[in-house]
Design a protein around this ligand. Structure first.
Ligand code: RUQ
Ligand code: CUA
Length: 649
């Protein structure tokens, strides 16, 4: 409902007016009762309006999904808008017991794909979720997210809201300008943040300028397979400028990528070694460099033999080649920039520098013309051409203190988060004028608008992802949740209408997609391995459950159905290699069973139709109960059995 309608509805609701005959008794008595309720709960008319905008009766679904980063929980949080109800945490980089993710079945192998430098990684710093796009619009099919700490990228399929793939390259050690997709999801973009020698080699920091490098990785996405194709992916070597956030061009600027950088000073810290601290060193210059990259051309260069080198299995376009082929151009940008956001029509870029009160509006047409004409103002220390700032911009807007990130609506307005001011500013893209500000609580990082990163934003809702919550919620000790605030942007005035504490990890970024674009399945087809999305080769048919001793160990073909595991007794010998193939035979929605095996750290979630495979060595003799962990039926507690490991003689 639009705010204007609400404004009409509320006085009618709270004043003494009765509705039609049906339920008129309730309605006529409810108005004074409502007023009483408002009084006793100390609610203003604005509060009631906010409640009416967000309250969603049982059984009614939300209009939008928000996919938010779970920060250092390594997960993704799914939230319904406008109700702000949390719908799911998607396990991505981190073991998660409710989803049986990483506790013995094939998902454990998926997590192991994300090993790096021969180390298991059981956490991640997830930052920027990106929905797959078709024609620059979210298509509701896939979601990508990065791990800043270990430079990894994951693919989530929105058919079943589960993680299907984790990729990484030893080329880079961390990432931040990730993930962003090109308008048809040809590539998932990941750019390095903290420079290091490419490929994980050692070099002392004294060699920072010569041996340390940044890079942008273009992961090729195979939509038909729903997976990233490592062999068709490539990277471009960049100077060690700490590349930051990024965005892909669209429409007019399709084929281009834009990356910010934050350390053109090449500072690397060393406060105890006689250097200036990193943050001081990296903010000395007045300007950093906006990186403008022609990815369509880079793709051609990468596919021309002899133009790339291979580092740790990844094709890399060397920096000099990127310069020679005119793939890479710099433009000065305000100091310590964070967001670079391409406007819905693709014509302009909005860049905010945290240490400048302005956002800058660059014109893509001007940039392109200068690059094509080779009209450069200078070159950086590595020979990369630099355009003249004044020749590339349309203007600047003095938006306030600490501008970070911008989103767009359907009326030509831009919303920019102001970290230092703890507010969101709305300004007009057409005449570059500030319209209004709304305070948020507190320390906003990113903001997400409905369909806000697409070629056709919806307006309506904006979510402010605040780092601090302070006095907003009942205290829970020194570690506080973050705060997602829902802002109604449908009317003339922005209004905060909901506060949602997020006690999960720092929410860096989110995207909001129209719910009707997603078509999740209700159940898996019988015997489906959710990772391969195929019938399992170890299929289990009802009535054919069995235990077989084979050269590679004991194979158990087990079924789960309300309220029984078949077989419910498994006898093995100490030291046996055990393979449990287990299928939930149910096809009714929500009839999930769990499978827990005491003492062996095995915990599965078997959604209807799902097939899981567990491999382990029964290295401890004893009696181990196994049971179902989901309250699936009246006889759920009896859905149990024994795993007996007979000791060696
Ligand atoms: S990010 S606010 Cu801006 Cu990766 Cu954290
Ligand atoms: Cu199956 Cu409880």
């Amino acid at each position: 409902m639009r705010l204007s309608h609400l404004a009409l509805a509320i006085p009618a609701l709270v004043a003494c007016s009765s509705s039609g005959p049906a339920g008129s008794q309730a309605a006529s008595s409810s108005s004074p009762a409502l007023q009483e309720l408002m009084k006793s709960r100390k609610l203003s008319e604005d509060d009631v309006r906010a409640a009416l905008m967000t309250y969603t009766p049982t059984g009614r679904h939300d209009e939008y999904y928000l996919f938010g980063s779970g920060g250092h929980s390594g997960q993704v949080v799914v939230i319904g808008i406008p109700s702000m109800r949390i719908l799911k945490y998607i396990a991505v980089f981190t073991p998660e017991p409710w989803q049986g993710y990483g506790y013995g079945d094939q998902s454990t192998k998926l997590l192991a794909e994300g090993r790096k430098h021969d180390h298991d990684l059981t956490w991640a710093d997830s930052h920027h979720p990106a929905l797959s796009e078709t024609g620059g619009d979210y298509d509701g099919q896939f979601l990508f997210i990065n791990d800043k700490a270990n430079a990894r990228v994951a693919v989530v399929d929105l058919k079943d809201f589960t993680t299907k793939q984790i990729v990484s390259t030893p080329l880079i050690e961390s990432d931040h300008g990730a993930t962003f997709v090109t308008p048809n999801t040809e590539y998932v973009i990941e750019s390095a943040q903290y420079p290091a020698p490419l490929g994980g080699q050692y070099a002392d920091l004294k060699e920072f300028k010569d041996k340390y490098r940044g890079a942008v990785v273009l992961w090729k996405f195979d939509r038909a397979k729903g997976r990233i194709d490592r062999d068709k992916s490539f990277a471009i070597e960049l100077p060690p400028y700490m590349q930051d956030l990024a965005d892909a061009g669209k429409k007019a600027s399709e084929g281009w990528l834009f990356l910010n950088s934050i350390d053109t000073e090449l500072a690397y810290g060393g406060d105890t070694e006689g250097n200036v601290p990193l943050e001081a060193g990296a903010s000395k210059n007045d300007m950093d460099y906006l990186h403008v990259i022609n990815w369509k051309k880079a793709e051609e260069v990468a596919n021309t033999s002899g133009k790339t080198t291979t580092i740790t299995g990844m094709r890399v376009i060397p920096l000099q080649t990127a310069i020679d082929e005119k793939l890479l151009t710099f433009i000065p940008e305000s100091k310590s920039p964070h967001g670079v956001d391409v406007t819905p029509d693709g014509n302009e870029l909005v860049v905010s520098g945290k240490l400048d009160t302005h956002t800058t509006i660059y014109s893509f047409a001007k940039i392109k013309a200068l690059i094509e004409a080779g009209t450069y103002a200078s070159r950086d220390a590595y020979g990369v051409p630099v355009l003249k700032l004044e020749d590339t911009i349309r203007g600047q807007v003095d938006v306030g203190l600490g501008p970070l990130h911008s989103q767009f609506d359907d009326k030509g307005n831009v919303y920019t988060s102001l970290f230092l001011e703890s507010s969101v500013v709305k300004w007009s893209l057409k005449d570059l004028k500030v319209i209004e500000k709304v305070p948020v609580h507190y320390n906003v990082g990113h903001i997400a608008a409905a369909e806000g990163d697409t070629v056709s934003p919806d307006g309506k809702y904006l979510v402010s992802m605040n780092k601090w919550a302070l006095d907003r919620f009942a205290p829970v000790g020194p570690l506080l949740p973050q705060n997602f605030q829902l802002i109604d942007i449908s009317g003339d005035k922005m209004k905060v209408v909901y506060d949602l504490p997020i006690p999960l990890g720092e929410p860096h970024y989110a995207q909001i997609v129209k719910a009707d674009k997603l078509h999740p399945i209700d159940t898996y087809p019988p015997d489906t391995d959710p990772l391969t999305e195929q019938p399992s080769p170890w299929k289990v048919e009802g009535g054919k459950e069995r235990i077989e001793r084979q050269p590679d160990g004991v194979h158990v073909y087990m079924s789960a159905v309300r309220s029984h595991f078949t077989p419910d007794i498994i006898r093995v010998k100490e030291g046996d290699h055990v393979h449990i193939h287990i299928t939930n035979l149910e096809q009714s929605q929500d009839a999930t069973h769990g499978f827990a095996l005491d003492g062996y750290n095995i915990d599965l979630s078997l959604e209807p139709g799902e097939h899981d495979d567990v491999d382990f060595v029964a290295d401890r003799a004893g009696v181990f109960p196994m049971y179902c962990t989901e309250f699936c039926s009246a006889l759920h507690l009896e859905m149990a059995g024994y795993f007996l490991v007979e000791p060696k003689k």
